[in-house]
Design a protein around this ligand. Structure first.
Ligand SMILES: NC(=O)c1ccc[n+]([C@@H]2O[C@H](COP(=O)([O-])OP(=O)(O)OC[C@H]3O[C@@H](n4cnc5c(N)ncnc54)[C@H](OP(=O)(O)O)[C@@H]3O)[C@@H](O)[C@H]2O)c1
Length: 423
C-alpha cells in the first residue's frame, strides 16, 4: 500500500494491548499501520514497563485522557480494556467521530453488538471484533468471509480455554479442585473463576457466533448455562465406558421454523469427535452447514500474542478497505431444551428398589432408559451409577429428576449431561 500509514490508538494496555503494540511495531503490519497513542489509567506505570522498539518512528503519545484520542486524527481505535463500561461509551464515541473500531470485548459485542454495528454504518465506520471469540483462531473472519454463503445449522464449540484445561486434565486422571488450582497458578483462571466454570464467558461467545452463523439474535439470558463444578473423576470413568469424554460445549442449533436451541455446559463428547481432541487451553469450533457439511476451526483461543494477531489482522482488513460480509440477523425464539440422548449420574446409599423408582419417574415423563452402567468396586454406602436415556427433551428429563431427588437414598442431586453424536 502506498501513501500515509493508517493511524492506530490502543485503549487499554494490558495483556492483549501490549501484545498488539509489539506486533504493530515489529510484525508485517508495521509498513501499513502506525501506532500513535496508548491510553490507560495510571499510564506512567505502563510506559515504564514498555521497552521501546527501534522501529518506533515517532514517539508514542501515552495518555490518561481518552478525549486526546477521540479528538485526534487517529483512524482506528482499538478497545482492549474490556467490560461494558466505560469501554462501551468509548467505542460509541469513536464510531460517532467516524473512527473505525477494533475490539476483543466479547461481552460488549454480545450485549450491544447490533446497536454498535448500526452506529458504525451511520457514521461510515467499521466495527471489527475478530478476537472476541476464540482469540487467535479466525472463526469470526471465517464465518464472515469463507462461510458467508453457507446456511449454517449448528455450532458446537469449546469456547473457554480455562474449562478445557481443567476438563482435559480430569480426563488424564486429575480431580476438579486440583486442576482448577493448577489453572489459577498458571494464570489461565481468575481468582474468582465463576465466569469461566459457570459457562458465562462461553455463553457470550455463543451469542456472537449465533448472530454471525445462524443469523439469529439470541439474548444472553435466554441461554441456559450449567457449571462444570460438580464433575468428578467418576464421570470420566463412565464417559470412557460410553466411548466418550467430557468437555464444556457451547451448542446452538437452528430449527425448521427459525427457532434456536442453545446451551452451554459439560456434555459427553464421543472420542471420535474433533471436539474430544482439544487439550489444555485449546479452543475448537465446529460449524455444521447445510451445503458444505462440517468445518472445524481449532487452535489457541486466548493469550496475549494469539489474540493480538486477530486484532492486528482486523486492523489490516480495515486499512485495506475490506469490509466484513454483514448479512442481517433476525430475532429468534430461543430455548435450551436440547433434544438429545442424555446420561445421568446418581450417587446413592444402596437399597432395593432404587432403579425401579428412577425408571418409573422417567417413564411418567415419557423418557426411555437406554442403558444402566455400574462399575464394580464402590462401597454400597456411596454408590455411583449412570443411566443413559434415549433422545428426549432436557426439560422432561429434568422434571423426572426433580421427582427422583425426593428419594431419601440419594446422596447428592443427579448430574445430567447431554450426549453429542459423533457425526
Ligand atoms: N487475554 C486474553 O487471552 C483475551 C482473549 C480474547 C479476548 N480478550 C479480551 O481482550 C480485552 C483485554 O483483555 P486483557 O486480557 O488484555 O485484559 P487486561 O490485561 O486486564 O488489560 C486491560 C487493560 O485495560 C486497562 N483498563 C481497564 N479499565 C480501564 C479504565 N476504566 N480506564 C483506563 N484503563 C482501563 C487496564 O488497566 P489496569 O492495569 O490499571 O487494570 C489494563 O491495562 C478484554 O475485553 C478481554 O475479554 C482477552
Amino acid at each position: 500500500m502506498q501513501g500515509a500509514k493508517t493511524k492506530v490508538a490502543i485503549l487499554g494496555f494490558g495483556t492483549v494491548g501490549s501484545s498488539v503494540a509489539r506486533i504493530l511495531l515489529e510484525g508485517p503490519a508495521a509498513t501499513e499501520l502506525q501506532l500513535t497513542h496508548v491510553f490507560n489509567r495510571d499510564v506512567a506505570r505502563k510506559r515504564a514497563s514498555w521497552v521501546a522498539h527501534p522501529a518506533t518512528e515517532n514517539p508514542l503519545v501515552w495518555t490518561e485522557d481518552v478525549e486526546a484520542i477521540l479528538s485526534s486524527d487517529v483512524d482506528i481505535v482499538v478497545e482492549l480494556a474490556g467490560g461494558l463500561d466505560p469501554a462501551g461509551s468509548w467505542v460509541r464515541r469513536a464510531l460517532e467521530a467516524g473512527k473505525s473500531v477494533v475490539t476483543a470485548n466479547k461481552k460488549l459485542i454480545a450485549v450491544h453488538g447490533i446497536a454498535l454495528h448500526r452506529l458504525a454504518r451511520q457514521h461510515g465506520a467499521h466495527l471489527f471484533f475478530g478476537a472476541a471469540v476464540a482469540g487467535g483462531i479466525p472463526v469470526i473472519p471465517g464465518l464472515q468471509q469463507g462461510l458467508a454463503g453457507e446456511r449454517v445449522q449448528r455450532i458446537e464449540g469449546i469456547l473457554n480455554g480455562t474449562c478445557n484445561y481443567i476438563l482435559s486434565g480430569m480426563e488424564a486422571g486429575g480431580e476438579y479442585g486440583p486442576m482448577l488450582a493448577e489453572a489459577q497458578a498458571r494464570g489461565y483462571a481468575e481468582a474468582d473463576p465463576t465466569e469461566d466454570v459457570g459457562g458465562f464467558d462461553a455463553r457470550a461467545k455463543l451469542v456472537i457466533l449465533s448472530r454471525l452463523a445462524l443469523r439469529a439474535n439470541v439474548p444472553l439470558d435466554a441461554v441456559r448455562c450449567r457449571a462444570i463444578t460438580r464433575l468428578t473423576a467418576i464421570d470420566f470413568d463412565y464417559a470412557r465406558l460410553l466411548g466418550c469424554t467430557v468437555r464444556q460445549v457451547s451448542r446452538a442449533e437452528l430449527g425448521a421454523a427459525g427457532e434456536v436451541t442453545a446451551m452451554v455446559g459439560p456434555m459427553l463428547v464421543p472420542l471420535r469427535s474433533p471436539l474430544a481432541w482439544s487439550r489444555g487451553t485449546e479452543n475448537m469450533v465446529l460449524i455444521g452447514g447445510e451445503y458444505g457439511g462440517d468445518v472445524v476451526f481449532s487452535g489457541y483461543g486466548a493469550g496475549g500474542h494469539p489474540t493480538a494477531v486477530a486484532v492486528v489482522s482486523d486492523l489490516l482488513a480495515i486499512a485495506h478497505g475490506s469490509g466484513a460480509v454483514e448479512l442481517p440477523s433476525k430475532e429468534a425464539s430461543v430455548s435450551s431444551d436440547l433434544h438429545l440422548r442424555h446420561s445421568v449420574r446418581f450417587v446413592v446409599s444402596d437399597r432395593p428398589g432404587i432403579v425401579a423408582g428412577i425408571a418409573s419417574a422417567l417413564a411418567r415423563e415419557g423418557v426411555n432408559i437406554d442403558a444402566l452402567l455400574q462399575k464394580p468396586g464402590h462401597a454400597k454406602s456411596s454408590l455411583p451409577f449412570v443411566v443413559t436415556v434415549e433422545p428426549c427433551a432436557g426439560s422432561a428429563l429434568r422434571r423426572a429428576l426433580a421427582e427422583v431427588e425426593q428419594m431419601d437414598c440419594l446422596l447428592e442431586p443427579p448430574l445430567e449431561m447431554e450426549i453429542l453424536e459423533s457425526d
